[in-house]
Design a protein around this ligand. Structure first.
Ligand code: BTN
Length: 326
């Protein structure tokens, strides 16, 4: 019974969303949902309680006024095609960092697939202790807790898997193909539109949690000064506003699918997909590593996701973590 109720409401949201600013009559909804008009009205009341802004006008019908520029928990939930990811959602209007809360939830024993998402971060974190600009209502700032039963040495490809999921979801929802800059940057026209921060909680032999932090500049129309020259947003690049809830859903679905492939068959089957978005192979690069800089030519990545770099002295280097300058 519960399932039937949810899928009827899902269908209502779908029909109203398809109609955009237009109205859908109660009669049409009742016909399509195979229920009475009174039942439609009851579903509308329930949806309103869940936070949807629905307008009802006599003789015209219903329309969705949307949720302003907000992404609600329910918008993420309805129509989401995942089995495990985001079944448990922690939504915040403002937070210091979704990554920080995700770590706390892991300590409290949260389930695999837990999603932490916020409209704004006041202390968003990037790699290498950099800060991450996370203004309100424009981007996607989220952390996903994955709890695979794996040894810690199998964790590094999770960054690459997330990068592929994000790149592909951007391509499908915004119609632009981003480039992946190993290991965790997504670029459009050489400017950064998204970043991934993967953090690990592990015992010596087992992963406790992989916390995948994803930050995407979606509908920003401008950036403050030092960022202006190096950052872009999907809407600046495509010229249109992108529906954030849809992008979030597509990312979660792809991340779940690719994680399952990785768990069953390793990174090798995902490598080709990763390479189709990657921008380093064959290029002259400098890898800034903790042990110093290595310049040379990027050969590609291994089946474990490690970057292979042929140094200027002809020696092959395996790069596990670095900042890449192209
Ligand atoms: C990077 O490119 O350096 C990684 C950026 C990761 C930013 C995201 S936004 C959501 C999550 N919470 C954080 O504090 N950081 C990550």
């Amino acid at each position: 019974m519960g399932f039937v109720q949810i899928s009827t409401r899902e269908k209502i949201i779908e029909l109203l969303t398809e109609a955009g600013d237009g109205f859908v009559s109660g009669e049409t909804l009742a016909k399509k949902l195979n229920c009475s008009r009174a039942a439609v009205w009851k579903h509308m009341e329930e949806l309103r309680k869940e936070g949807f802004e629905l307008e009802a006008v006599r003789k015209k019908g219903y329309r969705i006024k949307g949720t302003g520029d907000k992404v609600t928990k329910n918008e993420i939930r309805y129509g989401l095609g995942t089995k495990r990811l985001a079944r448990n959602i922690h939504y915040r209007e403002t937070i210091d960092s979704t990554q920080r809360l995700a770590h706390q939830l892991v300590q409290e024993g949260c389930p695999d697939g837990t999603l932490v998402i916020a409209e704004q971060q006041t202390g968003g974190r990037g790699r290498l202790r950099r800060s991450w600009y996370s203004p309100k209502y424009t981007g996607i700032w989220m952390s996903i807790v994955l709890r695979p039963d794996l040894p810690p040495q199998m964790a590094p490809p999770f960054t690459l898997i997330a990068a592929v999921a994000v790149a592909q979801a951007i391509e499908e929802t915004a119609g632009i193909v981003p480039e992946i800059k190993w290991p965790n940057d997504l670029l459009i026209g050489g400017k950064k539109c998204a970043g991934i921060l993967t953090e690990l909680e592990a015992d010596t032999d087992r992963i406790q949690a992989v916390i995948t932090g994803i930050g995407i500049n979606v509908n920003e129309t401008d950036f403050p000064d030092p960022l202006k020259s190096i950052a872009t947003s999907l809407s600046l690049a495509s010229g249109k506003k992108v529906k954030r809830a849809l992008l979030i859903q597509r990312i979660l679905e792809k991340l779940e699918k690719y994680e399952e492939i990785y768990l069953q068959n390793g990174f090798a089957p995902l490598k080709i997909l990763w390479e189709s978005y990657a921008n380093v192979a064959g290029k002259k690069i400098t890898a800034h590593t903790l042990k110093g800089d290595i310049s040379g030519s990027a050969v590609g990545i291994t089946d474990d996701g490690v970057l292979q770099l042929e140094g200027e002295d002809g020696q092959m280097h395996a790069i596990y973590s670095a900042d890449i300058e192209i």
